[in-house]
Ligand binder design. Sequence first.
Ligand SMILES: N[C@H](CCC[C@H](N)C(=O)O)C(=O)O
Length: 260
Amino acid sequence: MKINFYKYQGAGNDFVMLDNRSGDFDTITSEKISLLCDRRFGIGADGLITISESEDKDFDMVYYNADGSQSFCGNGSRCAVRFATHLKLVTNDECSFNSTDGPHHAKISEKNISIDLFVKGSPQKYSDREFFINTGSPHHILISDDLDNEDVKTIGSSIRHSDIYAPDGSNVNFISLFGENSLKIRTYERGVEDETLACGTGITAAALIGSKLGLTPPVKIIAKGGTLFAEFKHDQETDKYSDIWLIGPAEKVFEGTIEI
Ligand SMILES: N[C@H](CCC[C@H](N)C(=O)O)C(=O)O
């Protein structure tokens, strides 16, 4: 099968993008997704995204992790907006789209793509240094004293597969706070089963938890692959979050054709 594909990245979180307006990829298999995402035998990416026309929005998207599992993806959504603009499914500086966790809005500028996110369920505080929050995908948050030297893959994998998150698992984020509204982050991603250079829903999760620890929005989040910002409102009394936006770069890297 000959596949025309596009490659996009958002702060180093990278994706194979497929134009699925024909419906050819409606039943793409996990095996094929894993092969396309393989960094040696395929194109190479953290995940794969299909874009199709929508009945009620500018476009519909489906995100697949490299292992074929589906989830909502913050950086992938931002790249999907940039790709949908390239496909002329989006012709304004704002748009709306459907993803795995429901409808979203986006704002488009030359430098950044901003998307809205939503907290699902109630955030958990395990200790003064460990938290959980779902920002469209599940995120365990650990405060680190030595972020650069953390064994993200070993510790991340252990927590991701722990009983507390069985059977679906969770992404695992290590953060260090500094300044009034900045933090650094490293993330072990479920479904990629490795550390990624950035994780949009993880970055947002860290910023929201950071607000419990005194950070004030807009929070600047420094990931290995780049810097993003999270804007939000937090009602400290009800512990409810609203008007959550993830802001950052989303760029096309290349396009090509692959026979698989
Ligand atoms: N691996 C995540 C989905 C992708 C999250 C990340 N790439 C993002 O930008 O939000 C999960 O299975 O929950």
